[in-house]
Every structure is written in C-alpha cells, then in structure tokens.
Design a protein around this ligand. Structure first.
Ligand SMILES: Cc1ncc(COP(=O)(O)O)c(C=O)c1O
Length: 403
C-alpha cells in the first residue's frame, strides 16, 4: 500500500466523521475536513454579524480563490471556471449553450451518467437530435475507442460527451485517448469528471476537452450543493453562452442588447451560496495540499484491496470492469434483497450506497444486474476498515435476507 506517502492518521484526525463511521460512500459525498467546515461556518457567522452582501464583499479575495484553486486543480486559468450548484447544473448549463438543430448527433458512451443520458433524451424530444452510443470494447475495458473514432468520422457529431468514471462502477474511460481524436477532428468535447476530480490528477489540456463538469462534494470533499464547469478559451472565444444568461454573465448594454462577459463567469448566476463557495475553495486547497498524485496512488489502490477481498467471498459478485478501476467498488450478494443488505451495513456503521438497473440501463443490462451495493473508500480510510467491512460481508453473505 502507498500509505507511507500520506500521513493517514493526521488526515483522519482532520476529519471528524472518521470517529463515528466507516465512510465508504465518498462517491456519494466525501467527509468534510476541518478547514472546509471552518471556512463555511466562519462565513455564516460573519454573514450573521455584518450582513450577507457585506460579508461577501469582505471576503471577496477568498471567494475568488474558488476559481483560482479549482483552476490549479485541473490545469487551467481562473477565467475558465464557473461555479455551479451541482455537477448536473453545470452540465445542463453547458448543454444549453450548444445551438442544437434537428439531426445533430450527440455521440456518447454506454456508461455515461444517468442524468446526462436523460438530458440527451430530452434534447432528442425537443430538438430532434440523434443520440448515438459508441459500443464498448469486447475486452471490458470501457468504450471501444477505435469504434468511437469511426463514428466521429462518419457522423461528425455536434457533441462528443464522455463520463470519465461513471457512478455505477469503477470503470475509468479513456478520456485522453478519445480527446486526441476529438481535437484532430475539431469536434466539441464535454467530459463529466464528477467521480474523478479529487481522486486523480486532472489536466483539461491533456484530456483535450472543451467543457468539463464536476461536483465538489465527492472525492474533492467539499460541501453539498456545489459543482463547477470548465469552459475552454476556444469555447469562450467562439461565443458559446448559456441559454439563460443572467445579469452576472452578461452586460445589458442597450435596451435591446446584451453582451456576454469574456470569462466563464458567463455561465454563473449573480447569486452565490458564499459559505459553500468558500468551503469548495478550502476543499480544493486541501486536495492540492494532500497532493493529487499521492491521492491517486492510494485511493484506487485501497479500492482494489477491498474489491479483491470481496471477490473471494462465496455468493459475492464484483462488477467493476477495466484494467485499473477507480475506488468505486460495486458488487451484489446472492439471495439478498438490496434494502436488507444496505440496512445490515448501516447497522454496522458502514456508509454505502445502492444502485439499481434504472441508474445504468446499458451497463447493468449488459451485466444482468438488478442492484448492487457501492463502496467507495478514500485516502483517509484504512486497510483495517477495509478488513472490517470484508469481515461483515463474509458474515452476512451465507444468510441472505430478502426485502
Ligand atoms: C459521474 C457522475 N456525473 C454526474 C453526477 C451528478 O452530480 P450532481 O449530483 O452534483 O448533479 C454524479 C453524481 O453521482 C456522477 O456520479
């Protein structure tokens, strides 16, 4: 294990939640570190003392560090970052900027996130776009890049959309390999990095994406109700703007005319949840301080340690594919009902999440899975916690309880 790289005990001491639960639900929402909590509480206290607008003005520099710190995290400039209330909000706002026309193609994968898939279907319903799913590679390594490139050449999609790590398994999609072809063909490329930001180093230029979305609450360990959108200079210069741009994103320069601002701010709204924004900045700084290389060297490895042990338990079927999965460990247990199994984990103070077929129609259909439990450790979890959880599953598996 790579524990030597990180002072896990100190990181746990910095994470109040570690005292009360085994938190294996980081792909749902990571545990807040103390500096993140403090940044948020301090701001709420300041708002209560001097007023909300005045507190924002007093903290303007720290607020702007949201953009600077996220930019540092993904390798771009602060001007390319917009705050959003969730990853989905960032994603749909980005989609709204694309002037889709009947017959336009959205080329995506069979593992893209449920809400993205629903948004594509909604665009199909309203604008008549075609939604095309590139096939998976037969070796189970994720999307078949060669087949996807062939579709790019044949269909010239209006948008190529790929989720880096889906919510429903530990699969890591080859976003950089795809990005090289997208750039070569000069297409528009939107990447959902919701489960990878905070778990891996991310470099938007290496990926070659035009737009990238994420939440701050998962592996980045920021607060709920937050996310961000990266918008490349190319997209900004080409004049893309959200359909519903507000007084913060645009200047009303004449009664019948507005002009979008030059930066990704054009994708933001005037109203900000300032304590949340400050919490996100603190979380991004915290991740940068811990080190993304060190995190990536530990978190997925801890996930693999968990997955390998679960796989050897009779009745347990681990479901993650790909050569080096992320720290999202998914499995089902023969005979158990999903709610009963989750309840048994809750009773043992293990935080986990359930997934169902409706969350991943293609992936779970291919795997013939109706439900699975998802365990997602992070760098502050320990091998001892993994061993305990494996012990619980070992004890539970032979005595199934249906819902
Ligand atoms: C891959 C992926 N994309 C997008 C989202 C949506 O994030 P949010 O709930 O912040 O909208 C999730 C949430 O689980 C996710 O896992």
């Amino acid at each position: 294990m790579s524990e030597a790289l990180l002072d896990v005990n100190a990181l746990r001491a910095d994470t109040p939640g570690c005292e009360s639960v085994i938190h294996f639900n980081n792909s749902g929402c990571g545990l807040l570190a103390r500096p993140v909590l403090k940044a948020m509480i301090d701001h709420l206290v300041l708002e209560s003392r001097i007023g909300g607008y005045e507190a924002a003005a007093a903290q303007a520099e720290r607020v702007s560090d949201f953009h600077a710190s996220i930019a540092e995290l993904i390798g771009c400039h602060a001007r390319n970052i917009a705050f959003a209330g969730s990853a989905t909000q960032a994603y749909t706002n980005a989609l709204s900027a694309i002037p889709f026309q009947r017959g336009d193609v959205i080329l995506t994968t069979r593992n893209d996130f449920i809400s993205n898939q629903i948004a594509f279907l909604s665009l199909r319903k309203r604008f008549g776009v075609d939604v095309v799913h590139a096939p998976d590679h037969p070796d189970g390594s994720g999307v078949d890049v060669a087949a996807m490139v062939k579709l790019m050449r044949e269909l010239r999609p209006r948008l190529v959309a790929v989720t880096h790590v889906p919510t429903n398994s530990g699969l890591v999609q080859p976003v950089e390999a795809i990005g090289r072809h997208v750039r070569e063909l000069d297409l528009l490329y939107l990447v959902d990095a919701c489960q990878s930001v905070g778990q891996y180093p991310i470099d938007v230029h290496q990926i070659g994406c035009d737009l990238l979305t994420a939440t701050c609450r998962k592996f980045l360990r920021g607060p709920r109700g937050s996310g961000f959108l990266y918008v490349s200079d190319r997209v900004l210069n080409d004049g893309y703007e959200p359909l519903f741009i507000d007084m913060y994103g645009a200047r009303w320069v004449a009664p019948g005319q507005y002009r979008p601002v030059n930066s990704a701010q054009r994708f933001e709204e005037w109203e900000f949840p300032y304590s949340v924004v400050l919490g996100c900045a603190a979380a991004a700084r915290y991740a940068l301080h811990v080190g993304l290389d060190s995190i990536a060297a530990r978190t997925p490895v801890l996930g693999a340690y968990l997955r390998d042990q679960l796989a050897s338990i009779p009745g347990v079927r681990t479901l993650d594919r790909g050569p080096t999965p992320a720290a999202l460990v998914t499995f089902d247990v023969a005979g158990w009902g999903p709610q009963s199994f989750k309840r048994a984990m809750d009773e043992r103070k293990v935080n986990s999440a359930l997934s169902f077929r409706g969350l991943a129609q293609y992936d779970f259909g291919d795997k013939n899975v109706d439900w699975c439990l998802r365990l997602s450790p992070h760098y502050y979890n320990t091998e001892e916690e993994v061993d305990m959880v494996v012990g619980f599953v070992e004890d539970l598996a032979p005595s199934p309880v249906s819902d």
